[in-house]
Each structure stands twice: as C-alpha cells, then as structure tokens.
Ligand binder design. Structure first.
Ligand code: PEP
Length: 264
C-alpha cells in the first residue's frame, strides 16, 4: 500500500442536543479554547455535527469569524428533491457549506430501520453534491459474541460502497454499538484490529490508493483520557465523539490529542 499521510479528523456528533443559540455558544467556546491552545487545524481537522436546525447559525458564525472548524450534518435524504416530507437533501446541506454528512449511524440503523442499501444511497447522494459521507459501521454486543468484531463492520462497508462511485472520497467511522454512550470504550487494540481489517477491505473493493488515503475514525465513549491510545494506532485516523463533544473544554482537549501523546 502506498504511504499517504492522513490528516486526523476529530468530529463531534452532537446528536439531538442544543438549539441554535446553544450551538453558537458551544462553537464559540470550542474555537476560543483551540485558539488559546494555538491549535493547528491543518495538522488535525476539527468538525462539528449539530442538528439540522443549528446548521445555518453555525455556518454564519464560522464564516463571520473566519473559524477553521468544518461543518457536518448528522443525516441526509438519499433523494435529490421532491415529495419527501421531513427530509433534507444533500444540495441543501452543500449550500450551507456542510463538508461532511454522517450516514448509517447506529442510532439511525437501529432506531429508523436503515438498511445497508439506504446507507449506501445516502452516501451516494452526499457525494454527488460534494459532501463527503462519513460512513458509520459497527457491531452490536450480540454481533460481537456471535461473529467477532470485524465481520459486521466489513459487511456494512462493503454493502454501502456498492452504491458509491469508485472515485468518491469518503470517511469510515468504526463505532462498536456496545461502546456508544456506554462509557465502555473499545481498547485501542480492538479499534486497531477492526480498522486494519476495514482498510484491507477498502483495498479489495477499491484500490491501494483509496485504501491508503481514506480516514478511518474510531467512535464509542471517546474522552480526553483515552483519545491518545486510539490515535496512537497506525490505522486509526481520528475519532467520532458523541457525549464528550458537548463540553467545550473536554472536546478541545480531545482535539489536542497530540499534546497528550507528547506529554506521555
Ligand atoms: C456517537 O454517537 O457517535 C458516539 C460515539 O457517542 P459517544 O461518544 O457518546 O459514545
């Protein structure tokens, strides 16, 4: 596989939390904390994924204050436009400078019955509008017991990528479902084992270049205490952070994981 330096990505998934005013306050606090810490956004990319109703306010703040955080959406419609009440299209997101969209988060797969095909079609819709899909995969506790850690994530990414053009950029987020919101994170080695298997699968279903360039994030109870362990793994290129992304100080400490590594 060719050597490609992958820029780490720390992404905060706010889920269904914070109205647009609270969103502005949190982004300002994160930006100030990172400014105080002289954070280098080119060395570690930072993205926030607020609820849809907050996107316009956060976009306006980022543009007005020339902040380098990227904006993400938590979901999108697989359709371009039309009679899809309640849906939000990729083009609408792109118009708000949304750079990333989560697809297939386990809370959507589980709570809204999203199939691998739907996840793949959402990824395709995002990509077609210039929004990079962050394809979430992960096994439940039962899956882990029955099939081991990697089987379900591999099947999910393979199925999703069938719908995405071969040259499309994407990010993979490996999130063991049992680790999300449970306070029980995977070990860095567990995350690395699945991330390595995912990268090998990317090589099989795409090619060496795409496999080497694609960022694979770990998600599931990430904190400032455990982030350095994950990012110290060769195949883990960032984190998708839920609960801890709602606290400005904690999230900014996670973003600065390189300092923890140096200090250790
Ligand atoms: C998530 O929702 O993607 C997530 C990883 O949540 P938490 O960090 O709270 O486990």
């Amino acid at each position: 596989m060719p050597f490609v330096e992958r820029t780490p990505l720390i992404a905060g998934n706010w889920k269904m939390n914070l109205d647009h005013l609270q969103a502005i306050a949190l982004v300002q606090k994160v930006a100030w904390a990172l400014q105080d810490a002289r954070h280098d956004y080119a060395a570690t990319e930072v993205a926030v994924f607020p609820p849809f109703t907050d996107l316009r306010s956060v976009q306006t703040l980022l543009a007005a204050d020339k902040l380098s955080l990227a904006l993400g959406a938590q979901d999108l419609s697989p359709h371009e436009s039309g009679a899809y009440t309640g849906d939000i299209s990729a083009a609408m997101l792109a118009k708000l400078d949304v750079a990333y969209a989560l697809v297939g988060h386990s809370e959507r797969r589980g709570g809204h019955g999203e199939s691998d095909e739907t996840v793949g079609l959402k990824a395709r819709a995002a990509s077609a509008a210039g929004v990079v899909p962050v394809i979430c995969v992960g096994e439940t506790a039962e899956d882990l017991e029955q099939h081991g850690a990697a089987a379900i994530p591999l099947a999910q990414i393979t199925a999703a990528l069938e719908h995405l053009p071969r040259d499309a950029e994407f990010v993979v987020a490996y999130e063991p479902v049992w680790a999300i919101g449970s306070g029980q994170a995977a070990t860095p080695q567990q995350a690395e084992d699945v991330a390595r298997a995912l990268r090998e699968r990317l090589r099989d279903v795409r090619d060496d270049e795409r496999a080497a360039a694609t960022r694979i994030l770990y998600g599931g109870s990430v904190t400032s205490q455990n982030i350095a362990g994950f990012l110290g793994q060769p195949n883990v290129d960032g984190a998708l952070v839920g609960g801890a992304s709602l606290k400005a100080d904690e999230f900014s400490r996670i973003v600065q994981f390189k300092k923890h590594v140096t200090a250790a």
